[in-house]
Write a protein that binds this ligand. Structure first.
Ligand SMILES: NC(=O)c1ccc[n+]([C@@H]2O[C@H](COP(=O)([O-])OP(=O)(O)OC[C@H]3O[C@@H](n4cnc5c(N)ncnc54)[C@H](O)[C@@H]3O)[C@@H](O)[C@H]2O)c1
Length: 449
């Protein structure tokens, strides 16, 4: 779809949630001034993709960590013949950056506790905002982002890259073409052994040790402490983002309530005990981690579907987001990479997903496969960033906005409350305030972004 068609289509479809008033067509830009808040490993990933584009100018960087800033400057110096302005004098120097620089787009890739404050600050200053993923800290925080986006003349794009994963998009095609019939049940999650990421004193991106906090590097500096103090699904969006596209959450459907249970906690403690740099006498061996090794959450939807969400980051296991998309005519499961379609598959037999993935490959992937080569997470980061930038240029409502961010992030505080109350059901706030009934899902209908 060409940009003009996209604008026309978006103008029609987007009337549900605040697109029309923000479509200032005369302010569309062909080159964006981009700033970054947070230049850690994820921020550097985004920067390296932006550096490959001629429609972005990296104006400024904010990050108080001298090591990360140095790494970023080194990365940038290989590509740019100018030096972006840096803001590294403390945790709120980013505010100075927002006030002083002429920024069209800011990408936020910081520790979770900063996300809301930073997104609100950008939106208040009329800056299109790309916000990295996280679980929410509180329901109140989720509302703050929604309110800030409503009050702003710019949008918030929630940077959920897994929605662009090739198989996930092919399955979106399958769902939209009715291959699985009417959807009934979905599963997903974040199942990723992060033990050596959460303990990293090796000063390497994923070196692994037994230190965290001030002694750690990258996510070990801040992520591990969430596992010390919190018990719930801490990272729901990689799973729930794609699922939300399959069943049109906030666009004709919505999450009603969830219940969560947590297993006991052993993985992180045992990792410290067994590690060559740890052992029973290491101070971190005394820590009692609150986070259950396996959190299981069940969600009920307004249109009658159920969703099971897994959070599993502290036990030995290969990576899998554990998708299952099941309807009245069949299902896909990504754990066994298989499909079953009644009337097409041999009765009671799984079929390899390979032929389906080819047949239903999304037009975006067919078109931009070469451009995406080498981009992070199997290429999907290319599609995410491209979509962000193209939406920012015309100030269009993104496919995943502040209402989606709030809804997906709310799973974390709701699941913590449920775990803390013996699995009692927790209602989702309706962050769309009723607009979910008339809104339509416009994610990935076009072939441009
Ligand atoms: N979508 C994905 O695939 C993916 C992958 C990795 C990380 N992430 C997300 O990206 C975010 C960042 O993760 P990361 O792995 O880059 O962590 P990181 O620790 O490597 O980077 C975070 C950076 O933020 C900086 N920072 C902290 N406080 C700041 C402040 N007040 N102002 C400016 N900068 C500040 C830190 O110094 C650090 O450089 C998290 O939300 C994480 O969940 C997403």
């Amino acid at each position: 779809m060409k940009r003009r068609e996209f604008i026309e289509k978006a103008g029609v479809i987007g009337t549900g949630i605040g697109l029309a008033p923000k479509m200032a067509l005369n302010s569309s830009k062909s080159v964006l001034n981009v700033g970054f808040i947070g230049c850690g490993l994820r921020g550097q990933g985004h920067i390296s993709l932006v550096l490959q584009r001629d429609d972005c100018r990296i104006v400024s960087l904010a990050d108080p960590d001298p090591i990360m800033m140095e790494r970023t400057q080194k990365l940038i110096s290989t590509k740019l013949d100018y030096i972006p302005k840096t803001y590294s004098s403390g945790e709120r120097d980013y505010i100075k950056m927002l006030d002083r620089e002429d920024l069209d787009l800011v990408i936020i890739a910081t520790p979770w506790r900063w996300h809301t404050e930073m997104a609100v600050a950008c939106l208040e200053r009329s800056i299109y905002t790309g916000l990295e993923v996280s679980g929410g800290i509180s329901i109140d925080e989720c509302w703050q982002t929604v309110r800030a986006e409503q009050a702003s003349d710019k949008h918030l794009y929630f940077l959920e890259n897994v929605c662009f994963r090739r198989d996930v998009m092919a399955v979106l095609n399958m769902v939209r073409q009715g291959l699985f019939g009417e959807l009934m049940h979905l599963e997903c999650g974040y199942q990723h052994d992060l033990r050596n990421v959460k303990f990293n004193n090796g000063k390497q991106p994923y070196g692994g040790g037994v230190e965290f906090g001030e002694n750690g590097f990258s996510e070990a500096r801040w992520r591990t402490v969430h596992s010390v103090n919190r018990n719930g699904d801490l990272y729901p969006t990689h799973g729930i983002g794609p699922v939300a596209q399959y069943i049109n959450i906030n666009k004709g459907n919505r999450f009603l309530y969830l219940t969560s249970v947590a297993s006991k906690s052993r993985g992180l403690h045992n990792y410290i005990l067994d590690h060559e740099k740890g052992g029973p006498d290491h101070p971190n061996a005394q820590i009692e981690f609150k986070l259950g090794d396996k959190i299981t959450t069940m969600i009920t939807c307004a249109n009658g579907e159920t969703v099971v969400l897994h959070h599993d980051t502290n036990l030995p296991r290969p990576y899998s987001l554990g998708f299952r998309v099941q309807g009245t005519r069949g299902l896909w499961m990504d754990v066994n990479k298989s499909v079953y379609v009644e009337g097409r598959s041999d009765s009671h037999r799984w079929e390899s997903q390979a032929a389906y993935m080819e047949e239903y490959d999304h037009m975006l992937w067919r078109r931009y496969e070469d451009s995406a080569k080498g981009a992070g997470h199997g290429g999907m980061d290319y599609f995410l960033l491209n979509s962000l930038i193209e939406h920012a240029k015309i100030n269009a409502r993104p496919p995943f906005d502040a209402i989606d961010a709030a809804t997906w992030k709310a799973i974390t505080p709701l699941s913590e409350a449920s775990v803390a109350s013996e699995g009692s059901p927790q209602e989702f706030p309706d962050f769309s305030e009723g607009q979910w009934k008339s809104s339509k899902n416009d994610f990935a209908y076009g072939s441009e972004y």
